[in-house]
Write a protein that binds this ligand. Structure first.
Ligand code: GTP
Ligand code: MG
Length: 206
């Protein structure tokens, strides 16, 4: 898919205030600092479309970006950020969970995982929650540039087999990416394009 346009639309902390256009939407979620905002910029080939930072906790709101005038990308805050107060954590959890539970336009979430790490409890719990609530998702491994090429595939496969040896019966679809060297860009965009095509076919029939 060619990216012809990508622009920021709105930030907010309430799913009910999100844009009400019926176009397919993809959300990026994962631990703080995993590279959600950087990945969005890499996919869009725009350096500072989404705000990034070396310090965790940069993205604080639900941020909508409109792409090619017919779909949305959503940059979300990260979870698992230790330095956020308990009260903030609760508020955060509420608006993010409401977003996932109530956002009808959401066709697929991307759950980002740092490829260097072993499965972490907070990610496993989040994936479990997505499964229980039947929210469609794919995994995106990030920061692959930090590993040697011959280790990348092995590390991703080890992660998936750990999921399968735990509570998952089926391996989730996954992508391996790097915001630094654009690895995985085509694959993720093709995947989105395929879902968009089906979405528009289905809505044209209605
Ligand atoms: P929050 O908004 O705080 O939840 O973080 P985030 O998940 O949006 O992460 P962000 O994109 O802000 O990136 C966090 C840090 O990781 C930044 O210092 C980025 O430069 C770095 N980073 C992100 N993606 C990559 C990558 O693919 N490779 C490398 N080497 N660094 C990356
Ligand atoms: Mg961010």
């Amino acid at each position: 898919m060619k990216i012809k346009s990508a622009s920021f639309v709105i930030s907010n902390s309430n799913v009910r205030s999100c844009p009400n256009e019926s176009i397919p939407e993809y959300a990026f979620i994962g631990r703080s600092n995993v590279g959600k905002s950087s990945l969005i910029n890499m996919l869009m080939q725009k350096k500072s479309l989404a705000k990034t930072s070396g310090r965790p906790g940069k993205t604080q709101l639900i941020n909508h970006f409109k792409v090619n005038d017919n779909w949305f990308l959503v940059d979300l805050p990260g979870y698992g950020y230790a330095r956020v107060s308990k009260r903030d954590k609760k508020t955060f959890q509420k608006y993010i969970t409401d977003y996932f539970l109530e956002r009808e336009q959401l066709v697929c979430a991307f759950v980002l995982i740092d490829i260097r790490h072993e499965p972490q409890k907070v990610d496993l719990e989040f994936l479990e929650w997505m499964g229980e609530n039947q929210i469609p998702f794919a995994l995106i491994f990030t920061k692959a540039d930090k590993l040697k090429p011959q280790v990348i595939k092995k590390q991703a496969e080890a992660y998936i087999s750990q999921l399968l040896s735990g509570s998952w019966d089926e391996a989730p679809l996954y992508f391996v990416t790097s915001a630094s060297n654009t690895l995985g860009r085509e694959e993720v965009l093709e995947f989105i394009d395929g879902i968009n095509t089906d979405y528009f076919k289905a809505t044209a029939v209605k």
